[in-house]
Design a protein around this ligand. Sequence first.
Ligand code: SF4
Length: 301
Amino acid sequence: MSGDLDGRRLSPPQMSSPDGAAEQDGRGPIPPLDTAGDDAMTPELITEVITRAAAAAPRSRQVELGPSEAGEPCTRRLAYKLLDWDRPGRAMDRWAPVQGVAVHAWLAEAFRAENERLGRDRYLIERRVQPLTDEQARQAGLPGGLAGSCDLFDRDQGLVTDWKHVGTTRLAKYTAEGPGQQYRTQAHLYGRGMAAAGEDVRDVAVVFLPRASSLTGIHVWREPYDPAVAAAAVARLTAIRDAVIALDPERYPGRWGLFPTAPQSCRFCPWLKPGSRHLATGCPGHLDAASSAAPIESLIA
Ligand code: SF4
């Protein structure tokens, strides 16, 4: 390797002699690694590379609603999404989602290997599903039909599985309280998509994997597949879509405040703009806004 990348010289690696002096093939000391230039391997550069790659990932660029967002408790966030509203462009720490993507990829390979070991396709892995037919999607005003990739389907058990890679605090919370509206809805929408694809869906599961140095504490939440859960989510989204049309916050920005908020997902919300006083430019986050949302709450609860 020449050490030349895009016209920039890279310092060669250092090798230490037994007495500590850097040398290379007896040709004298190697100059120290240049860490002062723009391309030095600094924490800032690494963060920038990770952030740029994560922002360019298909999941980050997805415009249409998918199963993972359909049960989002914050109605305002869904309204922003349905209108594909401009995002404030806040720099987000994407390390946790990056780890989640990496773990998903590893698990996909692990279950592919399991299929090979069994000599049959017991597991359907990262299967693309569409819970709504094109006609249902058109009627609901949800282009794309809430399509998404189901992490795992076990044909032997008729079981949909969704992986969640979570920190210690959230693992304890989900273990004690269950998966919550969003993850439960997501699992049942995958169930609906799998059923629409002709699979015999009997149960859905959300598996919480610890973002820690040990697998101790894995929590499996599971319940029978219930098409009514997915249907309720579709009905709620349709009502929100109708509210967006009726309230027209694009024309009347003050009406953004009429969409109820919820606290659970502000941290990773693309529309979060701390301190914002104009909801058309970004949301300050959940501020216990229940009272201002009351007028339309019954419509989109
Ligand atoms: S920042 Fe929080 S309250 Fe505002 S839209 Fe996003 S999730 Fe909802």
